[in-house]
Design a protein around this ligand. Structure first.
Ligand SMILES: CC(C)(COP(=O)(O)OP(=O)(O)OC[C@H]1O[C@@H](n2cnc3c(N)ncnc32)[C@H](O)[C@@H]1OP(=O)(O)O)[C@@H](O)C(=O)NCCC(=O)NCCS
Length: 283
């Protein structure tokens, strides 16, 4: 891993958000300035600046104490690819996480998977990004078992999420709630929830955590019923009835992801309650 020093990486700050947005938009990704700022506030974004100081490559680490951290935003501008920049920036993240005693976890695109496997990342489970469009407010989609989330629910929601995800990320759930409170729902008995947030291209629904697939579908119907326009969601591949519901609503599969961790294949938390993940950038 000695070659990482030669990359001249710097830790980016919120003054770099516009440059980071240019990089993620170039690849067609959905993140917003709020997302990038959140990585900078709660984690670290490594960037490779060009001569003007604009990042031409990035990778973010977001610690989720106590066991692991998320790696995301692994991006290399198109004209600089296949020069091992992606590999070396990833190595920098892994060295930093090893130093902090945290396992590196990520959701890999097929291109990213080719970079991560040789570094020792192992598959945990597959995900699929679904995309579609919804027409807007359909109150009839709200079943008797679900209700709108309120700010008072966030603490309990964070506990449900922590049991399923494997780490408490209340700061993230609070941020999503503030960005789209009208798309946040809980089950009446408070054992499941869904959150969503606006993206650059589409509303991203997730995370959606539930005790069973029927509750998950009720929460999903509630969020889809209140969303408007293009929607993305990243669903664990095991949930066939959820996929069928999306097909009925004319959603299509956009791309696969593979959840991977460095030197580890056992998932954290409880994947049996994880229906829609927050997204590859947040886990
Ligand atoms: C994935 C990405 C970060 C790779 O960055 P990079 O700097 O080009 O990667 P590297 O040069 O370190 O590639 C290392 C190895 O991975 C493999 N690899 C990387 N990209 C590949 C591709 N598009 N097709 C096939 N193999 C690929 C090759 O084996 C490569 O080694 P080689 O060039 O010596 O054959 C870059 O392509 C990118 O930004 N893609 C779009 C965003 C994305 O998908 N990011 C990953 C998110 S999980």
């Amino acid at each position: 891993m000695a070659s990482t020093d030669a990359l001249q990486l710097k830790a980016l700050s919120e003054s770099d958000v516009a440059g980071c947005m240019a990089l993620s938009a170039e690849t067609g990704w959905n993140q917003t300035p709020d997302d990038w700022a959140l990585f900078m506030r709660h984690g670290t974004v490594f960037g490779l600046p060009d001569s003007d100081g604009r990042p031409v490559a990035t990778a973010a680490i977001l610690p989720y104490p106590d066991d692991f951290a998320w790696i995301s935003m692994v991006l290399v501008t198109a004209v600089r690819r296949r020069a091992r920049i992606g590999t070396r920036i990833l190595q920098t993240c892994c060295v930093e996480l090893t130093r902090r005693g945290l396992v590196a976890v990520l959701d890999a695109t097929p291109a990213g998977e080719r970079v991560y496997r040789p570094l020792g990342f192992e598959p945990m489970f597959g995900l699929t990004r679904w995309q579609g469009a919804v027409a807007g407010r359909v109150d009839g989609e709200l079943s008797a078992d679900t209700r709108l989330m309120s700010e008072r629910d966030i603490r309990g929601v964070a506990a449900i999420d922590a049991a399923a995800f494997g780490a408490n990320r209340e700061f993230l759930l609070e941020s999503f709630f503030q960005r789209a409170p009208h798309l946040a729902f809980v089950t009446q008995n408070l054992d499941g929830f869904v959150l969503a947030r606006p993206g650059r291209i589409a509303t991203q629904i997730g995370p959606l955590i539930a005790a069973n697939e029927a509750d998950a579908m009720a929460l999903l119907r509630a969020a889809l019923g209140m969303a408007h326009g293009p929607v993305f969601l990243d669903i664990a591949d095991r949930w066939k009835a959820v996929a069928d519901l999306l097909r009925q609503k004319e959603f299509t599969m956009q791309r696969p992801y593979l959840r991977m961790a460095l030197d580890r294949s056992a998932p954290f938390g409880d994947p049996a309650r994880t229906f829609v993940v927050a997204g590859p950038e947040f886990g």
